[in-house]
Design a protein around this ligand. Sequence first.
Ligand code: ZN
Ligand code: ZN
Ligand code: ZN
Length: 114
Amino acid sequence: MEQRSDDFKPKYGEFPCPSCGRIFKVESSVRRHIRYFCGKKPPPITGYTKYGEDDYECTKCKKHYKLFCTLKRHILHECDKPPKIECPIVGCNYKAKMRDRMLNHCRMVHKMDM
Ligand SMILES: [Zn+2]
Ligand SMILES: [Zn+2]
Ligand SMILES: [Zn+2]
């Protein structure tokens, strides 16, 4: 008797990715997914030196950060990016990269109550 192996094949129109289990309707899609997308993580944060559990240094500007998440934010959004936020006070040329830094500036320099 001939052994049937059809039962072990995926149903028509369902092609699961063997790594993550995502189901695709077209075989070429799952192949493309496996090749280019499956398991891909965002590129790791580079450009810093770790000196200790609470001491990270940005390689570019040599700023130190205690928390990795703060350093990450700095590298992704702050470092090497032109300042975007302008001081609302007329005549003040201060520009900041981060909103909370601008708020700080307004509090400290212009004694604004915010
Ligand atoms: Zn996958
Ligand atoms: Zn930096
Ligand atoms: Zn100002």
